[in-house]
Each structure stands twice: as structure tokens, then as C-alpha cells.
Design a binder for this molecule. Sequence first.
Ligand code: ADE
Length: 239
Amino acid sequence: MRIDILTLFPDMFASFLEGSLLGAARAAGLLDIRVTNIRDFAEGIHRQVDDRPFGGGPGMLLMPGPVVACVEQVQGLGEQAGGGDRPPVGHLVMLTPGGRRLTQEVVESLARQERIVLLCGRYEGFDDRVRETLQPDEISIGDYVLSGGEVAAMVIVDAVARLVPGVLGDEESARQDSFSGAERLVEGPQYTRPREFRGLRVPDVLLSGDHGRIAQWRHEQAVDATRRRSPAQPQRSLQ
Ligand code: ADE
């Protein structure tokens, strides 16, 4: 699978991409991850990528020119990239707090793509013509505002990578993760040695060797954990 990351801060990704799981997956040729600096597509001696919003307001916006040129180059579109009228290569994702919420289902659909392109914003966001021109899949990792899309892109790369066959080594472990499978349950508690820690004992059923009972217990625990996490009543905001 190929993942392109388009950012104004490529250095943020260096140690992340070299880390154990991703580093090994890249070395094994399972993942081809490339980082492109949006500023390389800016014009003028100052290589300006942002400017003040028309109509006033705080902060700076990313200008459409460098961002669209960068995406078109990476997706093989436009005159400059020699793409002519060819369809865009790869599924374009724009990281933005206003996008659809990232869930394991969304992660699974991204992992089914051959190629994804992650576009990271900074400052107060993008000039809206970036969205109008490129019509990306807009994704948010949660209802809070980050200083840029880079951390959100890392979240997506991490979650998607572990679903790429061969990356985890043990495919079963991704299948048993929280939010996976038909019921999308949260995983229940798990235990390793010692059998007793500060008076807390590992549940007997896990030591029984009875795989049927163990599977049933785990499923019950997962149902419980899922219920506890998503109460029937919506949570009220504090007054
Ligand atoms: N950029 C800034 N905040 C973000 C969020 N919550 N999700 C994705 N991208 C973002």
C-alpha cells in the first residue's frame, strides 16, 4: 500500500515513520510512505503558503495555489504533472476538524485502498477553494482542534498500517482488536503473569484451558465493556 503525506512540517514524521512497526513494514516493502513538503510548491522568493482571511478574522489561511499544485503533482494530475485529463491517483483525504469522524470502519475502508493521500492543514485552515477544487474525503479524528493535521495523519497511518496484511505479523490480533468484527465491541480485560498481583487474581476461567468457556467469557466481557463505554443516555455538557 502507498501512503503520501502532504505537509508543511515534514520533519514531524521522521521518527514516527522509522518507529518499530512502521519502520519494519516499510523495510519489508509492505508500505510505501512518502512525505512531500507543500512549501516546495509555493511561488516567489518567500515561498509564501498562507495569508490573512478576506473579511477579517484571526490567524492565517493556507492559500489554494501551493496546496492544489502539491496535490496535483502527487496525484499525477494537471499539465505540470503530465497527467492531462487522467483520473486522480489515490484516495485524497483532507484532515480537518469539520470532516466526518474517524472510526474503525473508516480506517478499514481506507486500508482497502491501494493508495491514499493525506493532506495536512495548519494555521486556521484551508482557503475553501482547496476543498471545492479537489473534493477530498474530509476526515476529523475527534471534536477538538489540533494545531495542524499532522498528528491526525499519524493517527490514520498508524491505524491503517496495522490492517495491511503482513504488517502485524499476527493477522488474528488485528481481527480481535476493539471495534473490529461484526459487533464492533470494545475488547474486555486481558491478563498475563503473575497469576496474582497485589491480591488481584486472574479470573479462573482463563486458567481453565476450556477454550469454549474462555471465548464465551471474553464475549460477555466485551459486551459489558461496550455497554459501560456507550451509556444509553447521551452525556450532557457541563453547565
Ligand atoms: N486539524 C485540526 N484539528 C483536526 C482534527 N480534530 N482532526 C483532523 N484534522 C485536524
